[in-house]
Design a protein around this ligand. Structure first.
Ligand SMILES: NC(=O)c1ccc[n+]([C@@H]2O[C@H](COP(=O)([O-])OP(=O)(O)OC[C@H]3O[C@@H](n4cnc5c(N)ncnc54)[C@H](OP(=O)(O)O)[C@@H]3O)[C@@H](O)[C@H]2O)c1
Length: 288
């Protein structure tokens, strides 16, 4: 029951109607009996400054930040965590004692998903990351924190973006090798133990597309994580299963980055499975 004491959480983005975050967070809040409500705010880019001033004035406890505000919001905050600063994007704002503190929980989300959904306590020494957008940036940062990862092949449709991202996070390109994502990429991926798709290829409304033109590089013993979660079972994951590799869908990362934000705001670890199930239900409803 919402009362005068109920605290407010939410997500800002544009568009934001299709987000599964309210479903995930409200399910976890209800499961724990916490007196918060989580909603979605459509904020146009030109209104971002007013929205953040409003967060202060209305004493909104916490916000998730999604496209297109993840970079622009950083300049409006009182503090940005070292991790979010290194990634160059904020996806969570914590309103604490009158100060707005920016965090990025995507790196945590992917690492937890690889460990708990992919069964990888330690990562393979050779990893391939497809994509050079916002999500790939957080994932590359997370991979570079792991000393056992010696080589990261970073492939993108626009190779200049892969090269720029590589230089930003690994200035001498000692561990990151940028390249183009095309028909030749598959050959270069054969000795990879972990393949992560962080491109939008395979996402609705193009579920019949795979980032791999030739899936012959997929093999048993390989973990394939596709961060696309709409649809949940992408063509890439079906190709992985057929090749005997271990497929991991993007819902685990989504739920775990959300869980980290929830813990930052409330100080309580949420039930991740409740969040995952709520997101799944929301996605199923949206698809029907
Ligand atoms: N599971 C999760 O928690 C989670 C979190 C964040 C994002 N995601 C998903 O991850 C995907 C990427 O998100 P993002 O925020 O990184 O987006 P983004 O910043 O817009 O980056 C998009 C990436 O996809 C590539 N791409 C898009 N369309 C392509 C095509 N037709 N052919 C080849 N490459 C293509 C882009 O390549 P170019 O540079 O060449 O344009 C770029 O590398 C989305 O599906 C999103 O829903 C999942």
């Amino acid at each position: 029951m919402i009362s005068g004491k109920t605290r407010v959480l939410g997500v800002i983005g544009h568009p934001v109607e299709h987000t599964s975050s309210p479903a995930m967070h409200n399910a976890a809040l209800a499961a724990l009996g916490l007196d918060y409500v989580y909603t979605a705010f459509a904020v146009r880019p030109e209104n971002l400054g007013q929205a953040i001033a409003g967060m202060r004035a209305l004493q909104i406890c916490g916000l998730n930040v999604t496209v297109p505000h993840k970079v622009g919001v950083m300049a409006l905050l009182d503090e940005v965590s070292p991790e979010a600063r290194a990634i160059g994007a904020v996806n969570t704002i914590d309103h604490r004692e009158g100060r707005l503190i920016g965090h990025n929980t995507d790196a945590y989300g992917i690492m937890q998903s690889l460990r708990l959904d992919g069964g990888l306590e330690t990562l393979p020494s050779r990893v391939a990351l497809l994509g050079a957008g916002g999500a790939a940036r957080a994932i590359l940062y997370a991979l570079l924190q792991r000393p056992e990862v010696e080589h990261i092949a970073l492939f993108n449709r626009t190779p200049e973006k892969a090269a720029a991202l590589a230089v930003t996070l690994d200035p001498e390109c000692k561990r990151v090798q940028p390249g183009v994502l095309d028909a030749s990429s598959s050959d270069l991926l054969r000795d990879t133990g972990l393949l992560i798709n962080a491109t939008a290829i395979g996402m609705y409304p193009h579920p019949d597309a795979s980032p791999l033109l030739d899936p012959a590089c997929l093999h048993p013993g390989m973990v394939v994580l596709d961060i696309v979660y709409n649809p949940l079972e992408t063509l890439l994951l079906r190709q992985a299963r057929q090749a005997g590799a271990r497929p991991v869908d993007g819902l685990g990362m989504l739920a775990r980055q959300g869980a980290r934000a929830f813990a930052i705001w409330t100080g309580v670890e949420p039930p991740v499975e409740v969040m995952r199930a709520a997101a799944l239900e929301r996605l199923a409803k949206a698809a029907s």
